[in-house]
Write a protein that binds this ligand. Structure first.
Ligand code: MLT
Ligand code: ZN
Length: 496
């Protein structure tokens, strides 16, 4: 056994040497053949990564090598399941030594391919790092390991009479580490901010294997560069996030939901302004009627209103008296902003109304839509919608396009469905051509080509529409400092 292990080490010194002179991804097939020929099997990993669970099981490789975007077929070499930060350090040090690429992996609910391992990488799954400390009432914080599921944090906060501000449809599967790596947004950003705004402390292992403890849960800390914010949203390209101290909010208590019908997208921003003045808003979401059709068919729901509307707004606010809600409705009805609506009568009713918005994504997932996740300042939303409408009429005359999103923070999701008669490859090509026009509009309005789903693989070719050449070059330099060997999620966010 010892001789055998020794032989493996020698062979892999040669592998390391080859990899040192051969950039990762230069010749994937050759690399894979090399790994195979040199018996880099389960026992090799177990020997080099003591205590770390390793899987080379085909189902695990398929499952952990992909995310909800499914933009490429998974083909990782192995899946690693560390249980604490020191094991993550051990993995990074080993990956550096042997030139193996790592893909940090959370709940894999991402929609831009940021967690896909399609080129023989090692998937570093955080799912066994699921410890939570008790809520700290004095600081109103909770410290969790990266693999804790978002919904678990929400439940723990609620059990302590507090509230976690980030929420979205994938909260039951997504993990905190992944949320931080993509700076996840969701439905209540207008009141609570992004994931970035909840992170008071961050623990991470850099691409050099160093363990960082950042900001220590402090509210005030004016001591220079805040590296915490550099790692938030870096999509696993600089470091592996291993734990975080999360900010909790006072529990908002009962909330009311209004689902309103609109005849034109021009009414969206005036309605938002009116609602923000009259109500204590926590969400202001919109969706078109075809979204409602898909949700009803998928979830077996009846339509929310007797008459179908062109557009719907779902707004959530702190509980209000019935006559105040009716007064607000009358006001916006008289202003010609809404034509119909329904006001939640109980918490259960409020949850039912949320389904028309929250279940859109899952209702179209099987149709593999081409997804756009774009943002502009709220003031520029009417102009953006006008320009996109013109582009859709021109370039997608026969395609079904679903619009939904978070008007309260300027984030619009434009999902294009493939006509049945069209080949998937032709569809993708056409959508990518239209992207150039869409992103040119975004650029001209100073917007973002990826508001909350991240850049990953999917949006990487268009990054320059949102970030200047100077910014991208600085990002590269920062990456080379924290990940000098280019092993951290290569090809994601920045081209390799
Ligand atoms: C949503 O707002 O529903 C999510 O971002 C998912 C999606 O865009 O499909
Ligand atoms: Zn969204």
């Amino acid at each position: 056994m010892i001789i055998c292990g020794y032989a493996v080490v020698i062979i892999n010194e040669a592998l390391a040497e080859w990899l040192r002179i051969t950039p990762i991804h230069a010749n994937e097939e050759y690399r894979m053949a090399f790994l195979k020929k040199n018996s880099m099997d389960k026992s090799w990993f177990e020997q080099h990564l003591r205590g770390v669970t390793v899987s080379l099981d085909t189902d695990d490789l398929q499952n952990y090598g992909t995310d909800w975007s499914k933009v490429r077929d998974p083909a990782p070499t192995a899946v690693l399941f560390p249980q604490h930060a020191e094991q993550v350090q051990q993995i990074v040090v080993c990956a550096r030594k042997y030139g193996l690429a790592l893909v940090p992996s959370g709940g894999r609910t991402g929609l831009s391919g940021g967690a896909i391992a399609a080129d023989g990488e090692l998937v570093l799954s955080l799912e066994r790092m699921r410890a939570l400390e008790p809520v700290c009432q004095a600081d109103a914080t909770i410290r969790v390991q990266a693999g804790v599921v978002t919904a678990t944090v929400q439940q723990q906060a609620a059990a302590a009479g507090l509230f976690y501000g980030v929420d979205f449809a994938a909260a039951g599967s997504s993990q905190i580490g992944g949320n931080i790596a993509t700076n996840a947004g969701g439905i209540r950003v207008l009141r609570y901010g992004l994931t970035r705004d909840q992170i008071l402390g961050l623990e991470a292992v850099t691409g050099t294997g160093e363990l960082l403890q950042l900001n220590h849960g402090l509210i005030k800390n004016a001591t220079g560069y805040d590296l915490r914010h550099l790692l938030i949203g870096s999509e696993g390209t600089l470091a592996v996030i291993t734990a975080a101290t999360l900010k909790l909010w006072p529990h908002p208590g009962e909330r009311q939901v209004l689902l309103l019908a609109l005849d034109s997208h021009q009414a969206l921003v005036p309605l938002f302004i009116a609602a923000r003045q009259a109500l204590a808003l926590s969400a202001f979401e919109f969706f078109t009627h075809n979204c409602v059709r898909h949700v009803c068919a998928h979830a077996g729901l009846a339509p929310p209103l007797q008459q179908a509307a062109k557009l719907y707004v779902l707004l959530e606010c702190d509980a209000i008296a019935d006559d105040h809600a009716a007064e607000f409705f009358e006001q916006v009805f008289d202003q010609g902003l809404v034509s119909d609506g329904v006001i939640s009568q109980s918490q259960q009713h409020a949850q039912q109304l949320w389904q028309y918005r929250e279940r859109i994504s899952e209702s179209i997932a099987d149709l593999r839509p081409y997804k756009n996740d774009i943002a502009v300042r709220i003031a520029a939303v009417p102009q953006l919608l006008q320009q996109l409408d013109e582009l859709v009429r021109r370039y997608y005359p026969d395609f079904e396009v679903l619009w939904y999103g978070h008007i309260g923070d300027g984030n619009i999701h434009m999902n294009v469905l493939r006509p049945e008669s069209m080949q998937a490859a032709d569809f993708k090509r056409q959508c990518e051509q239209v992207n150039e026009q869409v992103f040119a509009c975004i650029q001209q309005l100073g917007g973002s080509i990826s508001a909350e789903h991240g850049v990953g693989l999917l949006k990487q070719p268009w990054l320059h529409y949102s970030r200047s050449g100077t910014e991208i070059e600085l990002m590269r330099q920062i990456k080379s400092l924290l990940d000098p060997d280019g092993i951290m999620n290569p090809g994601k966010l920045l081209s390799s």
